[in-house]
Design a protein around this ligand. Sequence first.
Ligand code: ZN
Length: 163
Amino acid sequence: MHSLTARSFPLRRPRGVLPMARGAGPAGPRQVFCYHCDHPLTVGAMAMSTNCPGCNKPIILEDIVVKSYKAVFNVETCGKLIVKKGGRVVAQKRIVAHAGIESDGVIQCKTAITGSHVRLGKKSEWRGDLRTPTLIVEPGAKIQTSHFSVPDDPLEHLKKNDQ
Ligand SMILES: [Zn+2]
């Protein structure tokens, strides 16, 4: 006889950072928060950018995909930072990618923070401090002069720092 047990449900790791990662489908709105002032806002799934109602600054919602050399002051998005093979990101200051970082290229920064996950591919290179709740480093990835920490809520630290 069929019986319903706890095993019938997929285990979900308590993460509590970004509901958007679970996704309500491509058409559903998602909840994000501003990386300048921490103001929460609901945006369309396909929205690429918006203005924060809290601080009026523009915020990027889409994934940032880098395939070549990109030298910037900051990389900031509520989406992911994806660095393809052959791509190189040099951020003078910080990288904030709320939905995670995936790299098969080179990333250099002062600090990087995500609320989701980081994957460093086998031929990737990384330099800079990093805070992320999940870190996957594939064998062969090169990491130089960096302080990594893997706390429960990396963005909590970001909020405190900004105040
Ligand atoms: Zn804001």
